[in-house]
Design a protein. Structure first.
Length: 380
């Protein structure tokens, strides 16, 4: 691949940041598990996100796409270098696993688990219950009379297949939506309409079927210092406390951490207080889907990269400040395949620069910021 001046300068900026931290550069492959036939990444720093996390007792990894692990060797090699824990973006969601009410499709999920096992990685399961990613057959087939049976059987089949192989399940994803106007801020999703007790049923079933996995509640929009984030934090905390009061098995809370760069986006005391309170309740804290949207920033690449890196640094310093984290995962590893280029794209249509590796699979200043923040974390 021919290196452009822009690519050279961006890569040089990342390596300069690493050098300032005392982290050497290396042209050698980073893990013994990487075979000689797999592409190396000349110029990649010897430090990795995975190693930086291990040194401080934090699992660090990313969301992946199985089709890329299968078909794109350089992508698979980068994931092997950098990740200690994986989650598939879509392969374990209800619609992807259930082509019909009576059949399951496990090929992609099986591949993920096998890839992780071969590379000594952990796996997160995402997710059993969500307002989206329901199959077309769901409406019309699932009724109030059979909703509990459908949910329980789904969890039994899926969690049972991977029992003992999953680090943590996002049992329920995004159950809170204040705008829906339901009591306690609950989202008016199909499961809520058909089976109001779905949340307790889902967690109790998962614990029964896969007792070794951490059971996590996962949500977004609770990170910022704005009023919307504050109100949602309160609602999510009430949900978590209510689950504990009812004896629902719950081990952790996933803070998605879809962030935005720029001066109007602030992450600080509210997030720290939420993490501290959850930790005091005995819950593990996971940053489950971290990326930094640069859509509010000017087109200039060095300026964008600096702001994105600063957002990663400040956010991780805040999240890591007082309570230990179980895991940190970015939603993707390379800008080449980020969802932000389609779902929340820039108005000028320039590609996002939101992840620790750019579209050419080279480390960005965000990578250096993440490594530095992890290195600064004290073991607990």
């Amino acid at each position: 691949m021919t290196t452009t001046r822009r690519q050279f300068l961006t890569h040089a900026s990342a390596l300069s940041a690493l050098a300032a931290m005392g982290i050497p550069d290396s042209a050698q492959p980073l893990h013994a598990s990487q075979s000689a036939s797999e592409p190396e990444h000349p110029g990649h720093p010897a430090a990795t996100l995975r190693a930086a996390g291990v040194a401080h007792g934090i699992l660090v990894g990313c969301a992946v796409k199985v089709r890329l692990l299968r078909d794109t060797p350089e992508y698979a090699a980068l994931v092997r270098e950098q990740a200690g824990i994986l989650v598939e973006e879509n392969a374990m969601k209800f619609a992807r696993l259930r082509p019909s009410p009576t059949t399951y499709f496990f090929d992609d999920a099986d591949y993920l688990v096998q890839f992780a096992e071969a590379n000594k990685m952990k796996v997160r399961g995402h997710n059993f219950v969500w307002c989206r990613e329901l199959p077309q057959w769901f409406e019309g087939y699932v009724t109030k009379a059979n909703a509990e049976q459908v949910l329980v059987e789904h969890i039994e089949h899926v969690a049972g297949r991977y029992a003992g192989k999953i680090h943590s399940w996002d049992v329920v994803n995004e159950a809170i939506n204040l705008e829906d106007g339901l009591p306690d801020g609950m989202r008016n999703l199909p499961w809520q309409k058909l089976l109001p007790g779905y949340l307790d049923i889902a967690y109790r079933t998962t614990r029964r079927v896969d007792p070794k996995a951490l059971l996590v509640y996962n949500d977004y929009g609770i990170e910022g210092e704005d009023e919307g984030s504050r109100k949602k934090r309160i609602a999510v905390m009430q949900l978590l406390k209510g689950m504990q009061k009812r004896g629902v098995p719950l081990d952790g809370v996933g803070i998605q951490s879809h962030l935005s760069a720029g001066p109007k986006h602030v992450y600080g005391p509210g997030l720290q207080a939420f993490i501290a309170e959850a930790h005091q309740m005995g819950l593990k804290i996971l940053l489950t889907e971290m990326d930094v949207n640069d859509h509010d920033l000017p087109a200039d690449i060095p300026a964008r990269d600096a702001s994105v890196a600063d957002t990663y640094a400040r956010y991780l310093q805040t999240a890591l400040g007082h309570s230990p984290l179980e895991a940190v995962l970015t939603w993707g590893i390379t800008d080449r395949y980020t969802w932000l280029n389609s779902d929340q794209s820039r108005s000028d249509k320039l590609p996002e620069r939101c992840l620790p590796f750019d579209a050419d699979l080279q480390p960005t200043p965000a990578f250096a910021a993440m490594v530095q923040a992890l290195r600064a974390t004290s073991k607990s």
